[in-house]
Design a protein around this ligand. Structure first.
Ligand SMILES: [Mg+2]
Length: 218
């Protein structure tokens, strides 16, 4: 049965976070240079990737770890985290196929939405910068609890007036996205950005546009 709605994770699903970090790194390096004790951009990139954890740590902690790695003293991690939040979205890159897929779903009359963990300011800024057109956006900060908790998923379904069994979810995180969406009763698709050792109980997608054939065949 064709789904009535398809919900998506944002980072590393509709938003190519890796490409955005890559694009943002030179600007961040230039901003932080006074604290970096003469480090090269290459060295900075290496350390940044090590402490970023794919964005799964608060930016204040990330900034603190990043600067500590360069033995930086007298920095204000809160202020530098603010810089990340205000500037990162300007470098946001879409995932390959994201616009085409949303347009395709719209043409089929399927409602769409984004369910994302993070702060409203940063996640909404990325959605706006990318110009992602969806019917509903739920950001964990606004509902007070993160995925994989049921609430963000259920809130999106409630606003779309669709039941879980009529909706699909697409995301890159095996627990936050796949387990979270499955436990509320949605069919889950795992956008496999990295080879993972653990078994993920979901339909695997290597590319967003593969979803079209599941819609057509449903
Ligand atoms: Mg993600």
């Amino acid at each position: 049965m064709i789904p009535k709605a398809i919900l998506f994770d944002l980072d590393d699903t509709l938003h190519d976070r890796r490409a955005s970090v890559e694009a943002f790194t030179p600007a961040l390096f230039a901003h932080l240079e006074p604290w970096l004790s003469g480090a090269s951009l290459e060295n900075f990139k290496t350390v940044l990737h090590r402490v970023d954890y794919g964005g799964y740590v608060p930016r204040e902690i990330f900034m603190q770890r990043l600067l500590e790695a360069f033995h930086a003293k007298d920095f204000d991690a809160l202020r530098l985290a603010k810089f990340w939040r205000s500037e990162f979205a300007k470098f946001a890159q879409p995932m390959v196929g994201a616009y085409e897929l949303l347009e395709f779903l719209g043409s089929k009359g399927i409602k769409t939405g984004i369910v994302s963990n993070g702060t409203v300011q940063l996640q909404q800024a990325k959605i706006d910068a990318l110009g992602l057109k969806v019917d509903v956006v739920i950001i964990s900060e606004a509902v007070g609890v993160k995925k994989p908790s049921a609430k963000p998923f259920l809130e999106a379904l409630r606003l779309l007036e669709v039941s879980a069994s009529e909706a699909w979810f697409v995301g890159d995180h095996p627990i936050n996205d796949v387990q979270g969406a499955s436990s509320v009763g949605m069919k889950a698709f795992w956008l496999e950005r990295e080879q993972r050792a653990e078994a993920v109980d979901a339909v695997r997608l290597e590319h967003l546009l593969e979803l079209r054939s599941y819609v057509v065949g449903s």
